[in-house]
Ligand binder design. Structure first.
Ligand code: ZN
Length: 188
């Protein structure tokens, strides 16, 4: 009887150990392949925004190797039957094509064009910074389609969230904005 219990304990311990051993790469694959990514479409040689099936990649990693498949692309549904050759770019460097990382890298070290505050790393809980277009309108980067970002980054300037809010208010309600430096000096 004691022998049977011992064998059962060994079997359960081995099973749990094996599960944990396989679960680590699966969890890593899930978190590694989550999120919107920018790739260069092999057909158009232009930026496209894609999502990878992170859950499937995790199951694949649990069983043997992560298998990559797109669940979304900015060129779909027109090109839904493409060969998904862009997955090679994601496999080579999954971190580099993550939209969040691309945006964070672009802002890092730059200064707000209005108040000259320097940008650090982006944080998910912070207000999203914005961009100033050539026609002097500010827009949050999150409001733009991800596949537009590479082009937008070459024509727009960085704006901090505070200045974006102030500039938006100024643009929408110019009648309510008081420019203090333009106020006439009071007579004593
Ligand atoms: Zn600013």
């Amino acid at each position: 009887m004691t022998g049977t219990i011992l064998v059962a304990i060994v079997v359960v311990t081995l099973a749990v150990g094996l599960f944990v051993f396989r679960a680590i790469p699966a969890v890593r694959a899930y978190f590694g392949y989550r999120g919107k990514r920018l790739i260069t479409c092999p057909e158009t040689h232009k930026a496209a925004a894609v999502d990878v099936a992170a859950g499937e990649a995790a199951v694949g990693a649990f069983l043997s190797e992560p298998t990559l498949r797109l669940t979304q692309c900015s060129r779909w549904p027109e090109r839904q039957n493409c060969g998904q050759e862009c997955l090679q770019q994601i496999e080579v460097n999954p971190e580099n094509c993550l939209v969040w990382n691309i945006v964070s890298k672009w802002y890092e070290g730059k200064q707000c064009v209005f108040c000259h505050k320097a940008f650090g790393n982006l944080h998910h809980l912070d207000h999203a910074p914005a961009l100033l277009s050539p026609d002097r309108k500010t827009v949050e980067w999150r409001e733009l389609r991800p596949e537009q970002l590479p082009e937008v980054f070459s024509t727009h300037q960085p704006v901090c969230w505070n200045c974006h809010v102030a500039e938006t208010f100024r643009r929408l309600h110019p009648e309510l904005v008081v420019n203090r430096e333009l106020e006439p000096k009071r007579m004593m």
